[in-house]
Design a protein around this ligand. Sequence first.
Ligand SMILES: Nc1ncnc2c1ncn2[C@@H]1O[C@H](COP(=O)(O)OP(=O)(O)OP(=O)(O)O)[C@@H](O)[C@H]1O
Length: 694
Amino acid sequence: MDVLKILSRGAKKSSGQHFEFKPAPKVQNPQLYHDKGLKRKRNEEEEQFGQRPDENEDPSLDFFAPRQSKEPKSTAQPTVTPESPKENPRPEPSLLDDEDVRQVLRSHRLKFTLLSNHEDQRAKVTKSKKKRKESSKVKVKAAKKNLFPQPLVSFTQLRTSWKLSPRLEENLSSQGYRIPTEVQLGCLPLLIQPEKAVPIPAAAELGIEPGDGIHFLAVAPTGSGKTLSFLIPAINDVLRRRAETTKDRVLEAIVVVPTRELAEQIANEGRKLTKNTGVKIVMMRKGMRIPADGQVKNDDDGDGSSSENDDSSATSDLDEGDENDESNEKPVTKADILITTPLLLGNFLRSRTLPSVRSLILDEGDVLLEQRFLEQTLQIWSACVNPSLRIRCFSATMGAHIEELISDQLSKRNSDDHTIPLIRLVVGLKDTAVPSISHKLVYCATEQGKLFALRQVLHPQSSSASVPKMNLPILVFTQTIERATALHSELKFDFPVEAGGPSRIAALHSSLSDSARSDIVRRFRSGEIWALVTTDILMRGLDFRGVSGVINYDVPTSAAAYVHRVGRTGRAGEQGIACTFYTNDDVSYLKSIANVISQSEKQAGKAGDEGVPKWLLDSLPNISKEEKKKLKQRGIESRRGNATKITTKSAWERRKENNRREAIVSSKKRKLQEHDDHLQEEDSGNDEWDGIDD
Ligand SMILES: Nc1ncnc2c1ncn2[C@@H]1O[C@H](COP(=O)(O)OP(=O)(O)OP(=O)(O)O)[C@@H](O)[C@H]1O
């Protein structure tokens, strides 16, 4: 049996001794939903025109462009020419009519809701307490108001209809993006030009004014492309402002994320998109100074076309000095868009303000507005004093309390005479896992049983029916740092030496240094590490394409944590497997996770019983709100500070076993080599003999 071959099923052997997995190519169609409605319409169209669009044709084609049959209706007048826009205010032919808009939004399961607008807020500010109560009822009513903004029909349409910078569109295309994902098709027009995306009378009613934008919440599945959904409008805003007003570099947008790994990932994505545009994206680091209370003159790159977007120069302004040093002699970081964690920027800000910032983007917004980060996130929010500040909040999960909190914060800031509306987009069923994942709950009688089950994943030759087969690489989540470390040292010698040995597995958690964390993430991305044991530090936002499975070695402490953890696989339309081990200790807390699995499977159109059998779902107990809260904060008590339980053998025993294994392998290799040498000698002897014979 070729152990190496089995272990490296998800990996590709390179020419040398080094093994790398092939970076997952961008999937042909990353969209999650194609419901019947749209297909039916397309079929009608095909019948009408007697043609069937080739499924393999260039996917960037506007495959849900308006039906041709309708075109004569909308183009009954002479074609719109640039010279006569006023005489003929008909909608652009490239925009969909109302019925088609609804059809596309429905078939891709996109739901837009107006959460608050000018009228609601004004009522709130001006009315007496009693009346305010009434107006909050109005607000609830307003929350029921659905909107049907124009969707994006193709990435090319971004330039032709939505005035996206051609450079930005080029960069998008050179990254291999062809078809917008659901969240992108839903929110890009609305964030780039809301006054055009929403039908004209409705836009005016909602208080959407050209140039002002909107506040926006998006709840869309993990791996569905939310990063591009906020980066593209943010970059475009910078370019638009530069073209219309000043070329000076001002800090225009801030993206706040919960971890430095995610900040690094987004900064990298952003730099690819801003290549040759002159827009600079910087990741906040300790000790960095940013232009608070003012703007930095763009004295070195006034034409906006410098090559400063190189990764190297993007960090060249960083000042890694003492963060308490207030000295103004320290260089100020020049950036258009800053990516930061709440703590890093919060520490810098203290009582400073950021008047130039017009977009505050909260990626993984729900966690940023929860207890752990709330104070710093609100500190950043209040430092953004520009009256035109727009809030954008993205996540795969969003509790109603978070939406309320955002709405309340906005109404506190709003003035009486002008309010920017708050619109929410939900893709699919809220707070569920992405449909491309298969779920499995695996019961293990003891902690040792969990270890045994995990080894079955790592060593597929010993697999059993209860543990699903997975390709490497995989992510393994544990509850605490101690458990991640203990599990890592337990499994360290599980990979055979000829497959790379202990270097194939690593543990990542917050007690490692920044550089060690970055190094592990880099090696996991490149395929050097095949199994990464971690804590919830990696559960949000991290995009490791090609991760075929996630193992919840310890049960996640909330349904949202489950959605985010398992969302590290099955990204951008790829398939993934999520396997959750549970013991008797977990049974009381399993209901919310079993529910989320069941909901996600229903949404994906799978037979409900696949991941969680109905008998199990029905028999699991419900827990109180208090217990849920405690679980979220502390996890399963029996697993706290009890890391040693993971270990089956002492480190000494495992090292001894490993040494023995290595010795056997080397001895086999040596024998093989001796055998080869011997054969060679015999061969060369034969050659000599042949020669004499001649
Ligand atoms: N239109 C597209 N076509 C193909 N791939 C895409 C497209 N948009 C994004 N992707 C890819 O999908 C992957 C996931 O994107 P992204 O990280 O933005 O997801 P996300 O929605 O932010 O996920 P999470 O909720 O986990 O943060 C990335 O590898 C990205 O390159």
